[in-house]
Design a protein around this ligand. Structure first.
Ligand SMILES: Cc1ncc(COP(=O)(O)O)c(C=O)c1O
Length: 426
């Protein structure tokens, strides 16, 4: 009889990726743990690439969804009014937007991050009547053609075939700490002979999830947002991965003194791993004609049900953010200790979106394989997957976080001698 794992190699496209570094067949999951078909338990430091900020199968979301389905709730709604959508919109407005003094219209796009990014780019181009978009080095905005044009990684860009309308600029820190890349951007935008066409938008992630946990400073972000305003461009924050609490606040830019024109949310917005994305639009630039940007799956009613529970359960008060803040500190401390075991490595990122840059792709692979063998599911980002990323659910209790980090520490120590990079200062 064929092994269960053989079916994937036999029938699934070569394009499959995560399963190559973690080939176990997963069956069930609860909280911060996943289980494979042979009953092995893994601590989950991947969390569905950031789609499970509240862990697997949260009991309140699960029972709300089961009750909704048992009551024959509408499953598919195009963009018809449904009670589930209305309840989500009310909760999002009351709990997330209003307390933060944020005034946005909510557009339901297709259910993936890239769908919402496409909508943001298209709307920015429509509103400004311009084509060019500024995107940054190491950015990841998705892999459909418009978003891919703004994505940096050559592996995904496939030689840039057909990718248009984007000017690449260096992200904060791209040349180290001595060069302020927002000044470079200012110069390029100010100089009418720089060859950079007036942009419709500047799109960025405050922490680059796939790009290797690079992050912007508040000063850099404010300068870039100011430049956008000055040059008639819209500022788009792509919060697909860094949003929904991942950095410690609901939005990654929350404490940074900037109010973007457009905000993209996806991944954990449904709270339950169900596909759902939204584009937040400053009301005066909500210039779509009815149906102008459409799609069949713009509103996943099941995702609305769990999203409403997630928002009310975790964001109605300040406690959850405080707990996440505490856990982020714990994570930072432990990662700094682990980094000491591997010369040249360093801690990157912020909040519950931190990791270890081990510089070498092979070392990163070896560490993650050892982690998997010892019961920890963990992935990597960066140009060569050299940054091992801790993306544990935000709800992971301290003891489980410590256990997972101990598995990581032991794997890093084991492979430290494989790391032949000269220690760098600072
Ligand atoms: C910042 C960011 N934007 C966009 C996307 C694309 O989202 P999706 O894979 O759901 O299309 C991702 C996915 O990792 C992301 O991290």
């Amino acid at each position: 009889m064929a092994r269960l794992t053989d079916v994937f190699a036999a029938h699934e496209s070569q394009v499959r990726s995560y399963c190559r570094s973690f080939p176990h067949v997963l069956t069930t999951a609860k909280g911060s743990f996943v289980y494979d078909h042979e009953g092995r338990e893994y601590i989950d430091f991947l969390a569905g690439a950031g789609t499970l900020n509240y862990g697997h199968n949260d009991p309140d979301m699960k029972s709300a969804l089961m009750a909704y389905i048992a009551g024959d709730g509408i499953a598919h709604g195009l963009d018809l009014h449904t009670a589930a959508k209305g309840d989500f919109l009310s909760a999002f407005h009351e709990v997330v937007l209003e307390p933060r003094h944020m005034d946005y219209k909510v557009q339901f796009t297709g259910p993936t991050g890239t769908n919402a990014v496409e909508a943001a780019l298209k709307l920015a181009r429509k509103v400004t009547g311009r084509t060019n978009v500024i995107a940054f080095t190491n950015a990841f905005h998705g892999v459909s053609m418009g978003s891919l044009a703004a994505t940096g990684n050559s592996h995904h860009r496939m030689s840039g075939l057909g990718l248009q309308g984007v000017t690449r600029m260096p992200y904060d820190g791209y040349y180290g700490t001595d060069i302020d890349t927002s000044e470079l951007l200012a110069r390029m935008l100010d100089d009418s002979s720089s060859g950079v066409d007036a942009p419709a938008a500047i799109i960025l992630e405050c922490v680059q999830g796939e790009g290797g946990l690079n992050q912007v400073s508040s000063a850099w972000l404010r300068h870039v947002a100011g430049l956008a305003g000055q040059h008639g461009a819209l500022i788009i924050v792509d919060d697909c991965q860094a949003g929904c609490g991942r950095t410690g606040t609901f939005f990654s830019f929350e404490d940074m003194g900037v109010m973007p024109d457009l905000v993209v949310l996806a991944k954990s917005i449904s709270g339950f791993g169900l596909p759902m994305s939204v584009l937040l639009i400053r009301p005066d630039i909500d210039r779509w004609e009815p149906g102008e940007h459409n799609g069949t799956f713009r509103g996943n009613a099941h995702a609305f049900v769990t999203a409403e529970v997630a928002i009310r359960k975790f964001w109605a008060g300040a406690e959850f953010a405080e707990v996440v803040g505490h856990r982020s500190g714990l994570l930072r401390t432990r990662l700094a200790e682990i980094a000491e075991a591997m010369p040249g490595s360093r801690v990157k990122g912020r909040g519950m979106m931190q990791g270890l840059d081990v510089i070498d792709e092979d070392v990163s692979v070896a560490v993650r394989q050892t982690c998997a063998a010892n019961g920890l599911l963990i992935e990597a980002g960066g140009t060569h997957d050299e940054v091992i990323k801790v993306m544990a659910p935000l709800t992971t209790d301290d003891a489980t976080l410590e256990r997972g980090l101990e598995i990581l520490r032991s794997a890093v120590s084991q492979h430290a001698e494989d790391q032949r990079v000269t220690p760098v200062a600072g």
